[in-house]
Design a protein around this ligand. Structure first.
Ligand SMILES: C[S@@+](CC[C@H](N)C(=O)[O-])C[C@H]1O[C@@H](n2cnc3c(N)ncnc32)[C@H](O)[C@@H]1O
Length: 246
């Protein structure tokens, strides 16, 4: 997708629509899992967004800071109850520093993929490691890629199918860069809408190598927030990294 700019992909309109389309139904179990890991220590969410996870985690008694690229997303968080209690550093999660260390740093909802090169993803692991206390952990939640296995490297997924409107995900995968371009297309009586996103996909072992480059090592990997085992059938992974010298 020529001209795609990751800095503007979570701008004003997307931030206003975000919560309506992005609540996944697993927020409660996510928060319970993260609060258990934090175990009374402070937390940092990379790409904190509108506070979908940070706000209920804060309400569960964990002090949470955030790093976020989009001021619009943070503005939406500020409009919610408790939204002023999360301290946010505006910047790139691969580089920005909060000036503190945390017992828990986490990055959820496939958002590592918003960094579009392997170098940037490695820098993100390094930045997470820089923010960890000696006994801290970095939690990464991400889908296991399926696009590389699709024939022809391009495909369309039906996301919504009703009498008066359809939603389609029009996708193209480039195995050279590991980048998946998706344009979510809305077709309805109210018109036509496009919502493009670009993600760099990686399998768990590549993330484990990134962790190693950042001085971390894999401690646990789960298939879900309830501690489901990670197997060949898992559609996502929740990976917990600790300092290699811990
Ligand atoms: C899918 S949303 C996830 C938001 C939140 N973590 C959640 O789970 O609801 C992706 C977020 O990542 C942010 N983002 C994208 N690239 C970023 C970067 N390089 N540094 C910091 N935030 C980034 C976007 O602005 C957006 O808020």
């Amino acid at each position: 997708m020529e001209g795609f700019d990751p800095r503007t992909s979570f701008g004003d309109q997307t931030s206003r629509d975000y919560d309506a389309v992005s609540m996944r139904g697993d927020e409660e179990e996510t928060v319970a899992f993260l609060a258990g890991l934090a175990s009374g220590r402070e937390a940092l969410e990379l790409a904190v967004g509108t506070g979908r996870i940070a706000l209920p985690l804060r309400a569960a008694g964990v002090r949470v800071d955030g790093i976020e690229l989009s001021q619009d997303m943070v503005d939406r968080m500020r409009e919610k109850p408790g939204g002023d209690q999360v301290q946010v550093t505006i910047g790139d999660m691969a580089a920005a520093a909060t000036g503190h260390t945390y017992g828990l740093v986490y990055l959820v909802f496939n958002t590592i993929g918003n960094l579009l090169t392997q170098d940037d993803q490695v820098r993100c692991f390094e930045n997470a490691a820089r923010h960890l206390t000696g006994d801290g952990v970095f939690v990464l939640e991400c889908r296991v890629p399926t696009a590389p296995a699709r024939a022809g490297r391009q495909f369309i997924e039906v996301e919504d199918l009703e009498l008066d409107h359809v939603g389609l995900g029009v996708c193209r995968y480039d195995p050279v860069t590991q980048i998946l371009d998706v344009n979510h297309v809305h077709l309805g009586a109210d018109g036509l809408g496009f919502s493009p996103i670009r993600l760099r996909l990686a399998y768990p072992p590549e993330f484990d190598l990134m962790a190693r480059l950042a001085g971390l090592r894999l401690r646990d990997r789960w298939g879900g927030w309830r501690g489901e085992p990670f197997t060949a059938a898992s559609w996502r992974h929740i990976s917990i990294y600790e300092r290699a010298d811990a």
